[in-house]
Design a protein around this ligand. Structure first.
Ligand code: NAP
Length: 343
């Protein structure tokens, strides 16, 4: 490939947002694709993962990963195809997952730790699934539920953001482990999907009716494990229904990510004391050495038809700013992905 004549369109962080990201928080740039040097590869991005965590990476301050700098290409996971290689680690034609950034092409060292490139096999599952159940959200769900949540057969697992990327997998892994699973999601369509398509036992539409009352009727035995993707009032309400020795997995708090006032903590935290329960955070990267185990198990369930996943794919790199907002408005239905290019 004669890469020098090809332009690489990119989105760079222009300003740190206050509240929801605005179009002016981004700067669209174009630069020539860089040819790989010794030890490097050139990857053409096919699909980019749009994640709630991106909002946190735009903020200054200490976190589990360093913030994206002003002027830098926005960080994003993605799936791409190797189109030029000067590394023995990857060959032209290989499909890879890694931190490719919000851009059309990525060039860099094949063993760059921050890019975390790994070969993926499209024969195991279609490429978008590698950003969903077989990718970062799936790993979060699998290890967060099983390692932190420690669910036992017959126990009740509740998961918020149930129709989203992480939530879909949490519920299905919990079903595979013999639990009763209740989702919390926004709207009837999402609730119908997780019950009728994914096999959850019940789902509560938190946008209609009373979450507190519905938790009583849909979790008559109380809540043993709560996998929290949203924080805020939903977390607070679930805390009123937990059982003795319950485990609460703090995976995310999307309801709080665009706050311009301090994050709302749970007022009902003394329920942890009364119930000798615990809350524990999870960061998916801590389990990276065991991803292959989770991928193998979920790929097997996919093959035997007992595990499904849904993606919501938006076309075109130029849609990035508006597509990202879908996550915070509940407009995505399934794992949100930006298709940057066809093969
Ligand atoms: N700790 C980790 O390592 C890790 C890794 C990956 C993801 N996460 C976290 O996991 C959570 C889910 O991520 P995901 O990728 O699976 O996203 P997702 O669920 O696919 O998409 C976001 C969903 O959040 C819900 N939502 C948005 N605003 C809300 C609000 N104010 N209150 C309640 N729900 C709201 C919406 O669903 P409804 O229409 O149902 O409201 C929306 O569709 C996020 O908090 C994310 O930061 C953590």
């Amino acid at each position: 490939m004669n890469a020098t004549v090809i332009a690489n369109q990119q989105f760079r962080l222009a300003a740190r947002p206050v509240g929801l990201p605005k179009p002016t928080d981004w700067r669209q740039t174009s630069e020539p694709v860089q040819e790989p040097r010794d030890g490097e590869i050139l990857v053409k991005a096919l699909y980019l993962s749009l994640d709630p965590a991106m909002r946190g990476w735009m903020n200054e301050g200490k976190s589990y990963i360093k913030p994206v700098g002003i002027g830098e290409v926005m960080r994003a996971g993605g799936i791409g195809k190797v189109v030029a290689s000067k590394s023995p680690l990857f060959a032209v034609g290989d499909y890879v997952s890694g931190v490719l950034g919000v851009q059309q092409f990525w060039t860099g060292a094949a063993n760059d730790a921050s890019a975390a490139l790994a070969k993926i096999d499209p024969a195991v599952a279609p490429l978008p699934k590698w950003l969903n159940a077989l990718g970062m959200p799936g790993m979060t769900a699998y290890f967060g539920l099983l390692e932190v949540g420690q669910p036992k057969p017959g126990q009740t697992v509740v998961v918020s953001g149930a129709a989203g990327a992480v939530g879909q997998t949490v519920g299905q892994v919990a079903k595979h482990k013999g639990c009763r699973v209740v989702g919390i999601a926004g709207g009837k369509d999402k609730c119908d999907f997780v019950v009728n398509e994914l096999g959850f036992d019940a789902c509560i539409d938190y946008k209609s009716g009373s979450l507190r009352e519905e938790l009583k009727t849909k979790c008559p035995q109380g809540v043993d494990v709560y996998f929290d993707n949203v924080g805020g009032e939903i977390l607070d309400t679930v805390l009123t229904r937990i059982n003795l020795k319950a485990r609460i997995i703090i995976c995310g708090a999307i309801s709080q990510y665009n706050n311009t006032t301090p994050v709302k903590g749970p007022a009902n935290y003394l329920s942890l004391l009364v119930n000798r329960a615990r809350m524990e955070g999870i960061v998916v990267f801590d389990y990276a050495d065991r991803y292959p185990l989770a991928i193998a198990e979920m790929a097997k369930w996919m093959r035997d038809g007992t595990f499904k996943s849904r993606e919501d794919i938006v076309q075109g790199l130029e849609k990035f700013p508006e597509a990202l907002l879908m996550l915070f408005e509940g407009k995505n239905f399934g794992k949100l992905i930006l298709q940057v290019s066809g093969e």
